[in-house]
Ligand binder design. Structure first.
Ligand code: IMP
Ligand code: MG
Length: 178
């Protein structure tokens, strides 16, 4: 595995983001809407650096990518709170084409929150296919498939404490089920 962002780089980035959010919201209560499962670790680390009153609301997004078209996104909102009239902070692990964030933003606005701010841990530079951009992105990364710190390949590797790029040897090990 090639390490792209080390544990200490990730923590420094999160401290910086938390500082900006604390300045933005001060002690106003917010509702964090975290896109599962990828933003789980990001969420857990970020909230411990915030000190305003906050609610945590979870939404599950799964995309079905078949053939050459990037397919439909299905949303499951059983762990969502009522966000009507709330100041919301939408979190995701990575902004790639941007379709996930854009779809979920549209869905959130239908529920008439007071405001929505978006923050992603990683931004894959140059890949966006949508008009919207995250308000905050902690790290810009090149167009490589990354795992760790919440991000998965085939639902594995989310527990790595760093963000890494899988190399040929990792892919071989993965394929052989190790
Ligand atoms: P988008 O809708 O194309 O912006 O993709 C966002 C979603 O795709 C993220 O929530 C991730 O779950 C997944 N994704 C995109 N790029 C990567 C990657 O490099 N590693 C792991 N997951 C990724
Ligand atoms: Mg995801």
């Amino acid at each position: 595995m090639k390490i792209l962002l080390s544990e200490s780089q990730l923590q420094a980035g999160i401290v910086d983001l938390a500082g900006r959010l604390r300045a933005r919201y001060e002690q106003r209560p917010i509702t964090i809407v975290a896109i599962m499962t990828g933003s789980l670790v990001f969420l857990a680390d970020l909230i411990r650096r915030l000190d305003m009153p906050l609610h945590i609301s979870l939404i599950q997004a799964s995309s079905y990518r078949g053939g050459t078209t990037s397919g439909d996104l299905s949303l499951s909102s059983t762990m969502m709170l009522d966000i009507t009239g709330r100041d919301c902070l939408l979190l995701d692990d990575i902004f790639d084409t941007g379709k996930t964030l854009s779809r979920i933003l549209d869905w959130m606005w239908q529920q008439q929150p007071a405001s929505v701010t978006t923050a992603v841990l990683l931004n894959k530079v140059g890949q966006s296919r949508v008009a919207v951009r995250p308000d905050y992105s902690v790290f810009d990364i090149p167009n490589e498939f990354v795992v760790g710190y919440g991000l998965d390949y085939d639902d594995l590797y989310r527990n790595l404490p760093y963000v890494g790029v899988m190399e040929a040897e990792d892919l071989r090990q993965h394929a052989s089920g190790r």
